[in-house]
Design a protein around this ligand. Structure first.
Ligand SMILES: Cc1cc2nc3c(=O)[nH]c(=O)nc-3n(C[C@H](O)[C@H](O)[C@H](O)COP(=O)(O)OP(=O)(O)OC[C@H]3O[C@@H](n4cnc5c(N)ncnc54)[C@H](O)[C@@H]3O)c2cc1C
Length: 501
C-alpha cells in the first residue's frame, strides 16, 4: 500500500457488499485498498432477485457485458412490474408499471391528458397499459433489446439468482484486486465515534481508514457499534415478513415482467429466471401468522400438497437516521429496507455508493459533505417509501382488515397527501410532482400509472367537467405501440442468443 492509499473495509459479502467493492474499486482504483470480510456460516439473505434499470447502469459502469454475467446468473430481462388483483374496480383489476423509454415523450402526454379528462368526468380511456411500449413487450413476452433500426432507447432491468450474482460480483471484485477474508466479526472497536478496527472470532483484527457496513439486517457496525438510530416505517408500511418458495420455470415461455399479485394480507411476487420461478409472499405478521401465509402462498401456487420447502424471513423496514456516520457508510439491508414491491433495494445501494464516492472525493476524503449526502439519501428513501405507501392507500381491496386498514391509513407524509389531494381535486399532477422535486424517485408517469391503474378517479360530484384539451385518439396510440413492438424479438430467443437458459 502506498503512503496515501486509504484502506476501506467492507463488512459483508452479500449483494450490497460485493456491489460496493466493485464500484469503489472501479472508481477509486489505486487510491484505496479494499477488503471484504464475510462470515460464510452467517450467509447472505439470498433473496432480492428483481432490479430496476439502474442495475444495467451498474454493469455498464463496470464494463461487464450481458453475455458475460447473465448466463452465469440465470438472468432474464425485465420491462416493468405487472400488478394483479390490487383493485376491485371493474376494468382495473390489473395494470403494468413500465420502466421509462425514449418513446414516452410521444405517448405519456396523451395518457396524462386522458387521465386528466377522466378525472374531470370525461368518458375517455384512462387505463395506463395501452400507452406504454414496455406493457406491450411484457404482454407479448418480447425482449426489451433495441435493434439498430429502432432509434429509441428502452430502459430495462433484470431478474437474476441472488446467490449467483453475489458469486459473480465476488469473482469480479477479486480480479480488480479486492481482498476477500472469511471471518465472523464479534467486536467492533470504536473511539471518538470512529471505528478503529473489527475483531474476528478467531482473534484476527481488521483495521481500516473507512468502513462500509454491509452486514445485512444485523447492521453490526452502524446500528450496532456506532448506535446510529433506526427509523422504522412500520406506521405506514405494515409488511414485515415474507415466505419464499421456488417453482419450475414456466414451460410456455419466459415472462419479461415481475408479477405482483395481491393476496389476503400482502402480495406475492413471481420472478422468472431461466432456472426456476422465484415466488414469495410479503405479508404483515400483525394480520397473518407464518403458517397461514405459507398455506396462502402454497394455495396461490398450486403447491398445497407439494413437499417443496418454504423459507420464512423477517424484514426490518425503515432506514438509519444517517447512512454515513463517523468513518462508516451503512449500505444495503444494514442501511435500511423498503419492502420489495418495486424492487428498489439494489438501486439504493448503487445510488448510495456513487453519491458517497462523489461526496468523499469532493471533500478530499473528509466528512465535509457528509450532511448533504445523508440528506440526499434520506430524501430518496422517503420518496420511494411514499410511492410504495400509495399502492396500499389506493388499492381499495376490501376483503380483509389488512386491506381496509391500509386504505384508511392516515400516516401519510405531507408530500404524499399533496399528491393524493392533487389527483382527487383534478389538479395538474405532473406539475405537483415536478414542483415537489421528487420526480427523480418516481416520475409523473409512474404516479399516473399507479393512480389511474387502480381506477382511482374523483367522485363526479366533487369536480367540474371542464376538459381543456380533446382526449387522445386511442386507435392512433394502439397503432403506434403495435408497430413499435414489431421491432422486438421474443424474450426466449434473446436469452438463447446470449447463451442463457
Ligand atoms: C423478502 C425480500 C425480497 C427482496 N426483494 C428484492 C428485490 O426484488 N430487489 C432488490 O433490489 N432487493 C430486494 N431485496 C433486498 C435484497 O435482498 C438486499 O438488498 C440484497 O440482497 C443485499 O443484501 P445485503 O448484502 O445488504 O445483506 P445480506 O445478503 O444479508 O448479507 C450480509 C452479509 O454480512 C455478513 N455478516 C453479517 N454479520 C456478520 C458478522 N458478524 N461477521 C462477518 N460477516 C457478517 C454475512 O455473512 C453476509 O455476507 C429483498 C429483500 C427481502 C428480505
Amino acid at each position: 500500500m502506498s503512503d496515501t492509499q486509504r484502506s476501506i473495509v467492507i463488512l459483508g459479502g452479500g449483494t450490497a457488499g460485493w456491489m460496493a467493492a466493485n464500484l469503489i474499486a472501479h472508481h477509486l482504483a489505486q487510491a484505496v485498498k479494499i477488503t471484504v470480510i464475510e462470515s460464510p456460516e452467517i450467509g447472505i439473505v439470498g433473496v432480492g432477485e428483481g432490479s430496476t434499470p439502474q442495475l444495467k447502469a451498474f454493469f455498464d459502469t463496470l464494463g461487464i457485458a450481458e453475455a458475460e454475467w447473465m448466463p452465469r446468473c440465470n438472468a432474464t430481462y425485465k420491462t416493468g412490474i405487472g400488478f394483479r388483483g390490487w383493485s376491485e374496480v371493474p376494468g382495473f383489476e390489473g395494470y403494468f408499471h413500465p420502466f421509462p423509454t425514449e418513446l414516452d415523450g410521444f405517448t405519456a402526454p396523451a395518457f396524462f391528458i386522458n387521465a386528466y379528462a377522466r378525472r374531470h368526468n370525461a368518458d375517455v380511456w384512462a387505463h395506463p397499459d395501452r400507452f406504454f411500449l414496455p406493457a406491450a413487450l411484457a404482454a407479448r413476452r418480447l425482449a426489451p433489446l433495441v435493434p439498430e433500426s429502432f432509434p429509441f432507447g428502452i430502459g430495462y432491468g433484470y431478474h437474476f439468482d441472488a446467490h449467483l450474482v453475489g458469486a459473480f460480483l465476488r469473482d469480479h471484485a477479486i480480479r480488480l484486486g479486492v481482498r476477500h477474508l472469511q471471518h465472523r466479526v464479534v467486536d467492533v472497536a470504536v473511539a471518538d465515534g470512529q471505528v478503529r478496527h473489527l475483531v474476528a472470532e478467531d482473534g484476527v483484527i481488521i483495521a481500516g481508514d473507512f468502513f462500509v457496513d454491509c452486514s445485512g439486517f444485523r447492521s453490526v457496525i452502524a446500528q450496532g457499534a456506532l448506535g446510529v438510530p433506526f427509523l422504522p416505517f412500520g406506521a405506514n408500511l405494515y409488511n414485515d415478513s415474507a415466505v419464499v418458495m421456488p417453482t419450475p420455470r414456466d414451460a410456455s415461455g419466459t415472462n419479461c415482467q415481475t408479477l405482483s399479485t395481491a393476496m389476503r394480507h400482502g402480495w406475492a411476487w413471481d420472478i422468472p429466471l431461466t432456472s426456476r420461478t422465484g415466488n414469495g409472499y410479503v405479508y404483515a405478521s400483525d394480520y397473518c401468522s407464518a403458517d397461514d401465509a405459507e398455506t396462502d402462498l402454497r394455495g396461490h401456487l398450486g403447491l398445497l400438497d407439494s413437499p417443496v420447502e418454504a423459507r420464512h424471513l423477517k424484514m426490518k423496514v425503515g432506514r438509519v437516521a444517517e447512512s454515513w456516520a463517523g468513518n462508516c457508510l451503512a449500505l444495503g439491508l444494514a442501511q435500511g429496507f423498503i419492502e420489495p414491491l418495486e424492487a428498489t433495494a439494489l438501486h439504493i445501494v448503487q445510488v448510495t455508493v456513487e453519491g458517497f464516492l462523489h461526496a468523499w472525493r469532493d471533500s478530499d476524503f473528509t466528512p465535509r459533505l457528509r450532511d448533504e449526502f445523508n440528506q440526499m439519501i434520506a430524501a430518496r428513501y422517503e420518496g420511494i417509501r411514499d410511492y410504495i405507501v400509495c399502492h396500499y392507500r389506493m388499492s381499495r381491496r376490501t376483503d380483509t382488515d389488512y386491506w381496509r386498514d391500509n386504505a384508511t391509513n392516515q400516516h401519510l407524509s405531507d408530500s404524499l397527501k399533496a399528491i393524493i389531494t392533487c389527483w382527487f381535486t383534478g389538479g395538474d399532477l405532473e406539475k405537483e410532482i415536478t414542483q415537489q422535486g421528487i420526480a427523480g424517485y418516481y416520475p409523473p408517469q409512474s404516479w399516473h400509472c399507479l393512480l389511474a391503474g387502480y381506477g382511482q378517479f374523483p367522485d363526479p360530484a366533487w369536480i367540474s367537467s371542464d376538459v381543456p384539451r380533446p382526449p387522445t385518439d386511442m386507435a392512433a396510440i394502439d397503432d403506434f405501440i403495435a408497430r413499435c413492438a414489431l421491432n422486438f424479438s421474443s424474450h426466449d430467443e434473446a436469452l438463447a442468443a446470449l447463451g442463457v437458459g
